[in-house]
Design a protein around this ligand. Structure first.
Ligand SMILES: [Ca+2]
Ligand SMILES: [Ca+2]
Length: 326
């Protein structure tokens, strides 16, 4: 049973500023599946670090990490990050074929330099893993956070019944997923398609236009003004988060925080950082362009900048600097 987005965001809202220690430990954990490309840009690494910080603070529980890009290096990089944060056994779903290099300045190096034990050949495939994880959760509890392209979610919607659930994919999602927090698109619209929607346009259109539960979008315009990561140079040398940013950014510089915004909003809601535009829906075209339409109301919403980007950056970077308890 889908909960109205307005109700949901009130439920999710917690007072928040920067470090995990400042957040109420009574906040109940949000069950999260993170769907990431973890290749072209380093903000996926920052986003996974933020999610681990929220998990260490009792705000989130990481059910699985799904890879949207079919290269063999990105899932090993993700496993290295999970291992660093003491969660080496988080299941990671991969797409075929698992060959070729990541379009990445950091994924191979992080995978080769830092401890991880992920094997692409043995790794579960994304859609069966989605179905397995969703089927085991209580109804209406799972938050999916997507920070890459949307092939996995489109295929999940179209997946048939299997040994994990007698439900077709769209019905399984309707029953289990409370919210999809999606980094993608421009709001209210733009002449060009945003990266995550553009690279797999038909799948983005299929996933967004047919999704049966609330969606909260973070557009390109939001995270592009939030620059984080420069302070990672102060963190331990063995950190895969520090290493990825080191490999991606010029010394002393940070990077836009598109993906971190969707992680934070998926777990904490508006966080005091953003306003939420409701009413109407987001339509995605087959070429990946999107436009916000005034009716009908499809329980879609998007984030709008409210706090100064520097203040949001301070909060997000504080979470990215979080170190695991050894
Ligand atoms: Ca592992
Ligand atoms: Ca991404």
């Amino acid at each position: 049973m889908a909960i109205r987005l307005s109700t949901l965001l009130v439920l999710l809202f917690t007072c928040s500023t920067s470090s995990p220690a400042q957040v109420s430990p009574t906040t109940r954990p949000v069950s999260v599946i993170l769907d990431t490309d973890m290749d072209s840009d380093c903000d996926d690494v920052g986003a996974l670090a933020v999610l681990h910080a929220l998990a260490d603070n009792g705000e989130a529980r990481i059910l699985a990490v799904m890879m949207s890009d079919p290269n063999g290096e990105s899932p090993r990089c993700a496993d290295a990050i999970n291992t660093w944060f003491g969660r080496a056994d988080i299941p990671i779903g991969v797409r075929k074929p698992g060959v070729g290099k990541a379009n990445s300045r950091y994924a191979r190096q992080v995978a080769e330099e830092l401890p991880n034990d992920f094997s692409y050949e043995r790794g579960p495939r994304t859609v069966p893993l989605y179905r397995h994880v969703l089927a085991a959760q209580p109804d209406g509890t799972v938050v999916i956070i997507s920070i890459g392209t949307l092939e996995n979610l489109a295929e999940l919607l179209d997946s048939p019944a299997d040994s994990d659930s007698p439900l077709a994919g769209i019905d399984l999602v309707r029953r289990k997923v409370r919210l999809w927090s999606c980094m993608g698109g421009y709001y209210p619209t733009n002449k060009a398609a945003e990266h995550n929607f553009k690279l797999a346009g038909p799948q983005a259109a299929r996933a967004v236009n047919s999704w049966p539960t609330p969606i909260l979008f973070s557009g390109w315009e939001l995270g592009s003004r939030v620059i984080t990561g420069a302070k990672l140079a102060q963190t331990p040398a063995g950190s895969p988060v520090r290493r990825a940013y080191e490999l991606y950014c010029k010394p002393g510089e940070g990077r836009c925080s598109w993906d971190q915004t969707s992680v934070l909003a998926g777990v904490r809601g508006a966080s005091g950082y953003w306003s939420i535009h409701r009413g109407g829906y987001n339509h995605v075209f087959e070429d990946g362009r999107n436009e916000w339409r005034l009716s009908p109301d499809k329980d879609h919403a998007y984030l709008i900048e409210r706090a100064p980007p520097a203040e949001v950056a301070k909060g997000i970077e504080g979470l990215m600097l979080w170190q695991p308890k050894k």
